[in-house]
Structure formats: structure tokens, C-alpha cells
Design a protein. Structure first.
Length: 304
């Protein structure tokens, strides 16, 4: 019988690192390929390389199915609503128009994949999108308005980004001066963290002090856990609760505060209620708990 395994693009990328020839699979289906994330672009490159190189470990050729959104433009078509992609804020789009009125929806590109709008017959794309790009000079992610990419052509990475990535990997001892992967680099592949965090976790494990670092690494790998309400009254209450947590950490050290939040919530017995009381995102903290458990298991295997 055919076994179907579902996984995210990140999990597939991690699987390829351990099994470059994908010997356990005969068909790979890539969904939402038009979103052109960093992970999907890397997957395209690796799969293309796999096509070009014949592996003796494979009994049959690998088949790849790419699922993406397509658009057909016509001068004359039946009556219907219009969807326009712009870089501005999303508007209300689900209210039906009055009889005899054509509804025109103006939206960000989130409508391309995340929303289903009934009655749309025409789509106008402005050709630009707000995209989070990494600035290697500043070392920060910056939201920029850029032209949309034309699928399926893959964009070559900026040379400066490649050099910055190699520099970071070398600083983490993941590669040597010749660019070859080191023993540390092979160990780092297993961890679902950025290189600098992965390096810190492995170093901590070698010193038998991973119990101190794992909660912090897990908290840094999830979204911001602090709830900041819009209402001024609730905002003051939330800020006071957050200051109390920072005080328990011995001051205003961000890492120590994250560790205190992690430990106190985990030992509270009612983590969801604790988060609500202290204005902390429970879902983000729950994700941190899962990441910490995963990291602990990886460390255990690494020490064997």
C-alpha cells in the first residue's frame, strides 16, 4: 500500500539533510509553491540538483509535483467581483454587494493563499508586495516594498548574504576555512534553531549546563510572548505584570526574564491561567514548551 507522509517545508528540508537522495520516497508534492518562501526556494534547488545527479541508491526516478495558484487573464468574461492586490491594509471583503452593484475588493497578497472570497471573477495585481528581507549590514530583518517574483524562476541570493551566512557558520565552527562541514556542523543540522542558538545549545550541553540555556533558546525561537493591549487601562496593568516578572529575574535582563517566565508558568500547575493573569501569550509559551522538550531529546541523543 502507498504510505503518504505529510510534513511542513521545514521538516522536508531537514529530512533532505539527513537523506539527500530521498530514498524513502518516490513522489514529492510541494504545495503553496507560489508563496516563494526561503525554505521552498531551497527545496527547489535541492530537488533540481537531485534530478541532475543520478543516485545509485534509488531504484526509480523521483517524481515531483508542484501545486501553485495560476491566473488566466481575459478581455471579455462573465460578470463578477474584482480582487486587486496592493501593498496596503486588508479591508472587509465578505459582505455581499447590493443587487446591481459590483464589489471591488482591495487587499494585500494575503488573499492569494489565506482567504477564499466567493464571487471573484477578475484579479488585478499591482506587481508589488511588502516582504521581510534580511539586511546583512545591519543584521536585521526589514519590511520592504519589492516587485513580486515570477514563479517558477528562482532568484539567486545576494552575494553579500552568502558571505554573511558563511561568516556566521564559520564563527559557529559549523564549517572550516575551506567551507567544508565540520563535526559541529553535522551536529547542528539536527536542531530546529538558527546557527548561533544551536551552537550555544551544543556548547552548553558539552559543559553540562543545558538546563539553564534550553528554556531561553526555546523562548527565543518562538514569537513575542508579551501581550500589549491597546486599551490604556489594561496596558498599564500588563506593563506592571511584565515589570514584576523582570524584577523576579533580578533586573531587566531579557534572557533572565524569559527564563523566569518559562519556569514559573511551567511549574504553576495551571499554565493557561497563569499566562492570562500575567498578560503572556499562552500559545507562544506552549510552543516554547514543545521546542524545549524537542531540544532536550536532541541533546540526549547527542550525548549517547
Amino acid at each position: 500500500e502507498t504510505a503518504i507522509k505529510y510534513m511542513t517545508d521545514g521538516c522536508l528540508l531537514k529530512h533532505i539533510l539527513g537523506d539527500p537522495n530521498l530514498t524513502k520516497f518516490s513522489v514529492i508534492i510541494l504545495d503553496e509553491a507560489h508563496e516563494r518562501t526561503l525554505t521552498t526556494d531551497i527545496l527547489f534547488g535541492l530537488l533540481k540538483k537531485l534530478f541532475q545527479e543520478k543516485s545509485p541508491n534509488r531504484k526509480e526516478h523521483l517524481k515531483v509535483v508542484v501545486v501553485k495558484v495560476t491566473m488566466d487573464i481575459h478581455l471579455n468574461e462573465m460578470a463578477g467581483d474584482i480582487l486587486v492586490f496592493l501593498t496596503d491594509q486588508q479591508r472587509r471583503i465578505f459582505l455581499p454587494p447590493p443587487p446591481g452593484i459590483r464589489k471591488c475588493v482591495i487587499s494585500t497578497n494575503i488573499s492569494a493563499t489565506s482567504l477564499t472570497i466567493d464571487g471573484i471573477r477578475y484579479v488585478v495585481d499591482g506587481g508589488f508586495v511588502k516582504q521581510l528581507n534580511h539586511n546583512p549590514r545591519l543584521g536585521l530583518d526589514i519590511l520592504e516594498v519589492v516587485p513580486i517574483s515570477k514563479f517558477p524562476y528562482l532568484d539567486p541570493p545576494n552575494e553579500r548574504l552568502i558571505l554573511e551566512a558563511l561568516k556566521q557558520l564559520y564563527q559557529c565552527d559549523a564549517i572550516d576555512r575551506c567551507g567544508h562541514v565540520t563535526r559541529m556542523g553535522l551536529s547542528m543540522v539536527e536542531f530546529p534553531l538558527p546557527p548561533h542558538l544551536t551552537c550555544a545549545v551544543i556548547k552548553a550541553a558539552s559543559l553540562d549546563c543545558e538546563d539553564l540555556l534550553l528554556p531561553i533558546a526555546a523562548m527565543l525561537s518562538v514569537e513575542n510572548v508579551f501581550i500589549r493591549p491597546v486599551d490604556p487601562e489594561y496596558q498599564k496593568e500588563a506593563e506592571q505584570k511584565h515589570r514584576e516578572l523582570a524584577a523576579k529575574a533580578g533586573g531587566f535582563n531579557d534572557f533572565a526574564t524569559l527564563a523566569v517566565i518559562f519556569e514559573q508558568c511551567k511549574s504553576s500547575g495551571a499554565p493557561a491561567s497563569w499566562c492570562q493573569k500575567h498578560w503572556i501569550h499562552w500559545r507562544c509559551l506552549f510552543s516554547a514548551f514543545r521546542v524545549e522538550a524537542q531540544l532536550r531529546e536532541l541533546i540526549r541523543k547527542l550525548k549517547q
